[in-house]
Design a binder for this molecule. Sequence first.
Ligand code: IPE
Ligand code: IPE
Ligand code: MG
Length: 254
Amino acid sequence: MVTSSTIEIPTTTSVPQHVAIIMDGNGRWASKRLLPRTAGHARGVQSVRSAVETCGTLGVRYLTLFAFSSENWRRPAEEVSLLMRLFVQALEREVSRLQHQGVRLRVIGDLSAFEPKLQDLIAQAQAKTAHNDQLHLTIAANYGGRWDMLQAMQKMMFANPELGKHPERIDEHALSEHLSMSWAPEPDLFIRTGGEQRVSNFLIWQLAYTELFFTECYWPDFNAEELKKAFEWYRLRERRFGRTSAQVNTLSTR
Ligand code: IPE
Ligand code: IPE
Ligand code: MG
């Protein structure tokens, strides 16, 4: 069972074990160069490659990337279809590289909304990389934090119908074991590129005690150096999980 930060104080390390990123600012990166927004998305794929490589090298175990939110369907149809094409292309082209790097790929979100070809490619990529353990890469696609909590609630009730009569038996664990990322520890570090300081319905349950890092840097410009800046900022945080600073310091000098 994975530790819950609100039940038990998790062990932390100077390099974050789980990094979750909202890859934002592709459209603005392109507009600044008088290019169509879609050019920014295409360019963003490079930053994904670089983040995977850097995290692998620095010893991060889990990297979770927000690629398409449940609200992104509200965008113009051409932009949505370009994003889907890029996703298909990335799955076709990148899986052998991931395999080579020992990366296990998972996709979370309501995948039933995707066209069958994309669903097949996702299933194949997940199966192909299932034995890798170096870095766990999760792509959140048609994902929403509220969707995640609702689907977890539905699964929990389906698995334990008696909870309907005894709601007092519902505890954190009963629900969280059905969340999309129940197999991963909670994120240590959240990064949002592109300058906005909001969570936009990402991993809202899991971010309870995550350190939040915001940068103006647009996602296509977010290279290894920028990622290392975020890690350095993280290293200097004092993660208290509700305790006082004095308590944390006493423990670390013991
Ligand atoms: C993030 O970049 C990519 C997706 C949401 C798919 P944006 O497309 O949101 O870029 P901005 O925020 O408009 O610059
Ligand atoms: C969040 O970015 C979703 C992804 C990066 C996939 P958005 O650009 O969609 O977020 P808002 O709409 O500005 O909050
Ligand atoms: Mg955006």
